[in-house]
Design a protein around this ligand. Structure first.
Ligand code: ARG
Length: 467
């Protein structure tokens, strides 16, 4: 096939090379961003007097036609034209004639592709931010409904101390809100306009880069043309924020899988977010949670791929950078899908926590309370720990929970135990003693629900203003 540009070549490209080099199979997804960027570039050229108003008008309406053709499915992408940029430009020229060839004045695909990637990631980041809020609100809703539900809290996956279910759910929400901040922060560095950097040294034409930025809604322009075309750290940041988010989602999903087993039995997922088994009729599988957990791996993989792709590149543009696309696209798709599915799964889940009797009779959840009880009676904590440890050993030997021991049995282990020891053994009382800021006491959990509610309201207010 003859090369799409360049008089310098005598031979056409080898078919294998053409296939190897082509990115249009995946970067066609950038078509809308590419056209939006080209329209702004064209208007900037006209403002600088490099194109006449009439020429610019023709080009802009041609670009709009190309957009319509792609959107109606009429457009045929040609692999031999390498990428989306060449495909759009070729069609533009077919539609408007030789004037289409003026669009690329003062621009290189190096700044063009970087602009497209930034426009794309800006949109995707906004979508991710919204979806995080959607999942966050599902969590907050469940927390609100489950303030008075007490569950065993675990460390090392061993029963540790009772906690309010709402407190546990809000722990996941805290992580999610930090993820949101990471994406919002990455957005500041994505939101920078690179056009005018041209191939690497800057454009030969006196284009008003701030004007281009304004047309495209960028608050900043890049400050160094070499940096602008050669770095993809903004994409790495997006994928890195995504990897951390997926790590959090995966941990949450791991718990959903555990909690929906008969062994835990703390949660029942709705039919809408579960699947059956092709052989075992009784099964209701938490596949949504398992898939999110599984998909976290591919996002970590994309992060590694991008970092490795970048690490030895000399400045400025290198063709290796084309390899960022699939990693970034798949990351955005995976993250958006995972968040949306989890929002539905969480909102429709039903919690089935253990009864207060079970909480009190299984796992010695209030053993620490008994130790603290002794501390209040003046026993040093280390000694109290030892005494209650012996009491637990005695219970295990007798097959009894702490609360079923008689006062005489307690006293046989330590005379410091008195009749009021039984009061401290209730899970309900235990949670409300954790009344420090950030603790699991009812008033503290309600305080956090109110705080989180305010955060969501202010996010919504800001979103209302910006749309
Ligand atoms: N397809 C290329 C990419 O994704 C576009 C830029 C090509 N630039 C070049 N000088 N070959 O990176």
């Amino acid at each position: 096939m003859k090369k799409p540009w360049g008089g310098r070549f005598k031979q056409s490209t080898d078919a294998l090379m053409e296939k190897f080099s082509s990115s249009v199979a995946f970067d066609r997804r950038l078509y809308a961003c590419d056209i939006e960027g080209s329209v702004a570039h064209c208007k900037t050229l006209a403002k600088a007097g490099i194109l006449t108003r009439a020429e610019a008008g023709k080009i802009v309406s041609g670009l709009r036609k190309v957009l319509a053709e792609i959107e109606s499915g009429k457009f045929e992408f040609d692999e031999s034209l390498e990428d989306v940029h060449m495909n759009v430009e070729r069609r533009l020229t077919q539609l408007v004639g030789p004037v289409g060839g003026k669009l690329h004045t003062g621009r290189s695909r190096n700044d063009q592709v970087c602009l497209d990637a930034r426009l794309y990631l800006r949109r995707e980041t906004a979508a991710v931010l919204e979806l995080i809020v959607r999942l966050g609100k599902s969590l907050l809703g469940q927390a609100r409904r489950n303030v008075d539900v007490v569950v065993p809290g675990y460390t090392h996956l061993q029963r540790a101390q009772p906690v309010r279910l709402a407190h546990h759910l809000l722990a996941h929400l805290e992580a999610l809100l930090r993820d949101r901040e990471r994406f919002a922060d990455a957005l500041k560095r994505i939101d920078v306009m690179p056009l005018g950097s041209a191939a690497l040294a800057g454009s030969n034409y006196p284009v008003d880069r701030r004007y281009t930025a304004k047309l495209l809604g960028f608050p900043e322009v890049s400050h160094n043309s070499i940096d602008a075309v050669g770095d993809r750290d903004f994409a790495v940041e997006f994928v890195s924020a995504a990897a951390i988010l997926m790590m959090h989602l995966s941990r949450f999903c791991e718990e959903i899988v555990l909690w929906s087993s008969a062994e835990f039995g703390f949660i029942e997922l709705s039919d809408a977010f579960t699947t059956g088994s092709s052989i075992m009729p009784q099964k209701k599988n938490p596949d949504a949670a398992e898939l999110v957990r599984g998909k976290s791996g591919r996002v970590y993989g994309h992060l590694m791929a991008l970092l490795a792709m970048m690490k030895s590149l000399p400045l400025a543009y290198n063709r290796d950078l084309q390899e960022d696309k699939e990693a970034v696209f798949d990351t955005a798709d995976t993250v958006k899908m995972s968040l949306a599915v989890m929002a539905g799964m969480v909102a429709t889940a039903r919690f089935k926590p253990p009864s207060p009797e079970r909480l009190e009779s299984e796992g010695f959840l209030t053993a620490t309370e008994a130790a603290d009880y002794l501390v209040l009676k003046g026993v040093p904590f280390r000694e109290a720990h030892e005494i209650v440890g012996q009491t637990v050993a005695y219970c295990l030997q007798k097959g009894k929970p702490l609360a079923r021991l008689s006062l005489a049995e307690f006293k046989a282990i330590s005379p410091r135990f008195e009749a009021d020891v039984f009061k401290c053994l209730s899970a309900e009382k235990s949670v409300d003693r954790k009344a420090v800021y950030g603790g699991t006491a009812r008033k503290r959990v309600l305080e956090q629900i109110a705080r989180l509610d305010k955060i969501f309201k202010s996010i919504e207010k800001r979103r209302g203003k910006s749309s």
